[in-house]
Design a protein around this ligand. Structure first.
Ligand code: SAM
Length: 280
């Protein structure tokens, strides 16, 4: 009888996010297929788990996938992990899952942390639906085609990005979506410096020209007509209060934006519109 492939999610920063079931499955598995065996070894040692490890990553997945399949078919059970989060989500694993399914091998998921879902949960009221876009291609043409296909997307779009490519990606976003769309930066999730900051794309591009991007980011770009660059009611109400107390529109918008985690420019524009058309 064949064994089982378990897709085991691991923490994206905070080791406390490992699930009890993940620990049980890792302890019970005959072997663990890991994206980077050194990373897996550190995680497993932390939980005092000692199991044979094999590497399974993008560039060995064809040959290694066959070996893993053969071992599972001979009765061993395999836990598949990646460096962080859920395997097969912008990570190795999808091909192995397909191979096992085609071979009639049981595949079970052991869900847990996923950066995309964690990031979306921090954005607040930006709609119930989203699209997951993962990483943009390194290839310029595919990258532009991918973005062009999203111009009319009305749902918030979730992207993964590495810090060293963030500036170029923001420039591409501005070119595709314009400067006024709101983008959420969900950064360093579950770690010491976790934050989720909203800016317009124009503000974000300017901010990161001045500041070096650091850490891990999920970017959530609001959709066309989805969350227009209108300030959230709370942020605008707060800014109006500061303005009524005597702050300049610029200061009032900046303080309210900082305190509500909203982009500054829509609030500022709304204050200027108030000033141009005061209520009687
Ligand atoms: N499979 C993983 C998952 O389910 O979360 C994603 C793996 S993908 C190779 C790595 C990307 O996920 C990073 O470049 C970043 O965009 C995002 N990511 C991973 N951990 C993160 C964290 N702690 N905070 C923010 N983004 C994170």
């Amino acid at each position: 009888m064949s064994g089982t492939l378990y897709i085991v999610s691991t923490p994206i920063g905070n080791l406390g996010d490992i699930t009890l079931r993940a620990l049980d499955v890792l302890r019970a598995a005959d072997f663990i297929a890991a994206e980077d065996t050194r990373v897996a070894h550190r995680l497993l040692s932390h939980f005092d788990i000692h199991k044979p490890l094999v590497s399974y990553y993008e560039h060995n997945k064809l040959a290694r996938g066959d070996e893993i399949l053969a071992r599972i078919q001979s009765g061993e059970s395999c836990a598949l992990t990646t460096d962080a989060g859920t395997p097969a989500i912008s990570d190795p694993g999808a091909l192995l899952v397909s191979q096992c399914r085609e071979a009639g091998i049981p595949v079970q998921t052991v869900p847990g942390a996923c950066a995309a879902v964690a990031a979306f949960s921090l954005c607040g009221n930006i709609g119930a639906r989203f699209t997951f876009e993962g990483f943009l291609s390194m290839n310029k043409v595919s990258r532009r085609e991918h973005l062009a296909s999203l111009v009319h997307e009305t749902r918030p779009m979730i992207f993964y990005e590495a810090p060293h490519k963030l500036r170029a990606t923001l420039d591409d976003f501005v070119r595709t979506f314009g400067e006024d769309r709101v983008v959420y930066f969900a950064r360093e999730l579950t770690k010491l410096h976790e934050e989720c900051v909203a800016r317009t794309l124009g503000e974000a591009a300017a901010f990161y020209r001045e500041h070096e991007p650091r850490g891990e980011y999920v970017l959530i770009v609001t959709g066309a007509d989805g969350t227009p660059a209108a300030p959230a009611v709370d942020a605008l109400a707060l800014a109006r209060r500061y303005a009524a107390e005597g702050a300049s529109p610029s200061d009032a918008a900046r303080r309210a934006a900082r305190e509500t985690n909203m982009p500054r420019s829509p609030i500022y524009r709304a204050l200027l519109a108030d000033a141009a058309d005061p209520e009687p």
